[in-house]
Design a protein around this ligand. Structure first.
Ligand SMILES: Nc1ncnc2c1ncn2[C@@H]1O[C@H](COP(=O)(O)OP(=O)(O)OP(=O)(O)O)[C@@H](O)[C@H]1O
Ligand SMILES: [Mg+2]
Length: 418
């Protein structure tokens, strides 16, 4: 194993894939203190800085694309440290981190939390970046509580999660804002402060809305704006000036290509289902949420005439919901519409591969799942999920993505289809 002999203040950039062990002395990895015997693994497409606290010896093994590079100066801009000192002294409860893509938001969140931990605080981090979710499964937001230093945000143990429904928040703005609020409230019960990492979607009507309503609902004590050339100013104009802290981007930020992002996403999704099994849920007991299904009064399909094709029917205030074996012809639908009002149709089998969130009776997420099938007649849903105990599942939240267990994204489902 190659070794590196370091002295106080030495800086080394660790680029994945590599594994590293501290043999002597103390070092800071992403701001987290590591003593003798501490080990860490940096995956591909990720990089983090290591700084020696005193004389130290580290040993490492390089994997594919792995690299160790000794630098002549620190990668943490001076302005970051000034802000972090302020946070340690003032101990604000709610810190929101804002920035475009690839500016170091996740790294800053990790670095700040590790440094707070080193100073005896217990920080929580919320990752609301649903596309590249480091804390919690993809398509969810997660809260992690720092009890030990980590090199990367995804190593923080998950404390609570909230299912947003897709890896893009654009069709799930309400879930996004409700979820972030829910996690902040949970986080403040468990941690001294919460740091909220937000998505890099900052431009355009919906992007602006997402950011501004998140700011309003969280009401952060400090807004950390990591920007290159003022690209956040249109959002910061809504924030009281005394709460804004503008920070520069590190020159050592490593950007990711869209191919790297897609493969990281698929890897994270695939990981979720590595240990998954089939769970059979009783739909007469479990609540269905974020869908029309099971929100109406059941109709006996025997009374409908065209019953051969209809396997489930409900009367809703907005009309009728039917589940059919095949697409029904327009005439038959018109007949039903004359009796029951607007008809909403679900074709049996179209539920296959839909991503769902499973929650307990106090709305805590137990895990995500993939619907294998719904037996509408017997009221059973078969879900592939890492959740083991069907009795714990109180509700199923419908999302808008279709995925395969290996992480492949098949497509999206228009909201309201179910
Ligand atoms: N100050 C820094 N010193 C060293 N490395 C850094 C620094 N800031 C960011 N990086 C590295 O740059 C890469 C990109 O940073 P990060 O993932 O934090 O960006 P991001 O803004 O969260 O990106 P995304 O928009 O994809 O979520 C990471 O590998 C991170 O470790
Ligand atoms: Mg990030």
């Amino acid at each position: 194993m190659p070794e590196l002999k370091l002295k106080r203040g030495d800086v080394v950039m660790l680029e994945g894939q590599l594994s590293l062990e501290v043999r002597e002395g103390e070092v800071l990895i992403s701001g987290g203190l590591r003593g003798k015997g501490s080990r860490t693994v940096i995956p591909r497409a990720k990089s983090v800085p290591l700084e020696a606290e005193g004389d130290a010896l580290v040993a490492y093994t390089l994997g594919r694309d792995g690299k160790v590079e000794q630098l002549s100066k620190r990668t943490i801009p001076r302005e970051w440290d000034a802000l972090i000192s302020e946070v340690i002294q003032q101990r604000p409860k709610k810190i929101l981190v804002m920035g475009s893509v690839d500016v170091g938001k996740s790294f800053f969140t990790t670095y700040l939390a590790n440094t707070m931990l080193r100073h005896g605080l217990r920080p929580g981090a919320i990752d609301s970046d649903v596309g590249q979710s480091d804390v919690g499964p993809p398509a969810t937001m997660g809260l992690g509580i720092f009890e030990q230093p980590v090199a990367q945000l995804y190593e923080v143990p998950l404390s609570s999660a909230y299912f947003v429904g897709s890896m893009s928040p654009s069709e799930h703005m309400l879930e996004f804002v409700v979820g972030v609020k829910w996690l902040v409230e949970h986080g403040l019960k468990k941690a001294d402060s919460v740091i909220v990492n937000t998505p890099g979607w900052i431009f355009g009507g919906p992007g602006r809305s997402l950011q501004l309503y998140t700011l309003e609902t969280i009401d952060p004590d400090i807004v950390v704006a990591i920007q290159r050339e003022g690209e956040l100013e249109h959002l910061l104009s809504s924030v009281p000036r005394a709460r804004v802290r503008r920070l520069p981007v590190s020159t050592k930020v490593r950007s990711r290509s869209s191919a790297e992002r897609a493969s990281l996403r698929a890897m994270m999704l695939g990981k979720c289902f590595e240990d998954a099994g089939k769970l059979v849920l009783n739909l007469w007991k479990v609540r269905l949420k974020r869908c029309y299904l099971h929100t109406g009064r059941p109709i006996d399909v025997g009374t409908l005439g065209v019953q051969a094709q209809i396997i489930h029917a409900e009367q809703m205030p907005e009309g009728m919901l039917i589940v059919t074996k095949r697409r029904m012809d327009k005439g038959a639908i018109r007949e039903l519409e004359a009796r029951f009002g607007h008809v909403r149709t679900i074709i049996q089998g179209s539920e296959r591969n839909m991503m769902v969130g499973l929650t307990n009776d106090v709305n805590e997420m137990l895990g995500i799942g993939i619907i294998e099938r719904i037996d509408y007649e017997r009221g059973r849903m078969v879900v592939l999920t890492p959740v083991k105990n069907a009795d714990e599942v109180a509700a199923v939240q419908f999302g808008s993505m279709r995925i395969k267990p290996d992480g492949e994204e098949i497509g999206t489902i228009r909201q309201g289809t179910f």
